[in-house]
Design a protein around this ligand. Structure first.
Ligand code: GTP
Ligand code: MG
Length: 217
């Protein structure tokens, strides 16, 4: 049985028998080859699959549940195709995103330069209050580095977004990146308690009642 809405097979319960879940849409964007799929595989499965590069076609999602301040945060993470020909598909998903992770490859000047165009697109298609993180990926490739860390930090400051350098290969800062997003989403929603923009679920339910946070098919 999997939920028709979020694709999860079950709903976690916290220790006090209540389930309190929030689902948040997160999208990975950036040029083809920067490591979006690899980052997601590292986060989801804790592994890096070396070998030839196989570009993502279309779009797909992975669910991960993180706990932030006793709140279960389900991140529905959409991995998009970086190739130009798939851009129009990706645009359709921006509007529903609460968070966007924009990756560049620290060994590729062009992927870094293109982040400005990505940010312009994000501002055009995404919600104004979307959480944006800039990630300089492949930080393990020190000898091939083309973008200094402080260049990434400067760009992030300019656009007012959060910045981290990551490595999908070694796992450096991968969990941190997603945890930072989840925490930021939770803290922003706490500041706006009137109508949080949680996408689907935000329920509390006693242990002996069937979980209602998902709708099963
Ligand atoms: N050394 C190193 N290689 C990486 C890292 N992340 C990705 N790669 C490699 O870079 C290539 C591209 O990675 P992908 O994750 O497929 O890139 P992508 O951003 O999903 O590309 P598209 O699907 O075309 O948008 C692959 O050969 C990966 O093995 C990293 O952190 N370090
Ligand atoms: Mg990919």
């Amino acid at each position: 049985r999997s939920c028709k809405q979020c694709g999860l097979t079950d709903c976690e319960r916290s220790d006090n028998g209540m389930s309190r879940n929030v689902l948040m849409w997160t999208i990975l964007v950036g040029d083809s080859g920067v490591g979006k799929t690899s980052l997601l595989v590292q986060f989801d499965q804790g592994k890096f699959i070396p070998g030839s590069f196989s570009a993502t076609v279309g779009i797909g999602f992975t669910n991960k549940v993180l706990t932030v301040d006793e709140l279960k945060v389900r991140l529905q993470i959409w991995d998009t195709a970086g190739q130009e020909r798939f851009r129009s598909v990706t645009h359709a998903y921006y509007r529903d995103a609460q968070a966007l992770l924009l990756l560049y490859d620290i060994t590729s000047r062009s992927s870094f330069d293109n982040t400005r165009a990505w940010l312009t697109e994000i501002h055009e298609y995404a919600q104004d209050d979307v959480v944006i993180m800039l990630l300089g990926n492949k930080s393990d490739m020190a000898s091939a580095r083309a973008i200094r860390r402080d260049e990434g930090e400067k760009l992030a400051r300019e656009y007012g977004v959060i910045f981290l350098e990551t490595s999908a290969k070694t796992g450096l800062n991968v969990d941190e990146a997603f945890m930072t997003v989840a925490k930021e989403l939770v803290s922003r929603s706490v500041q706006l308690p009137v109508e949080p923009r949680f996408h689907l679920h935000d329920v509390m339910r006693p242990e002996n009642e069937p979980s209602a946070c998902c709708s099963f098919s």
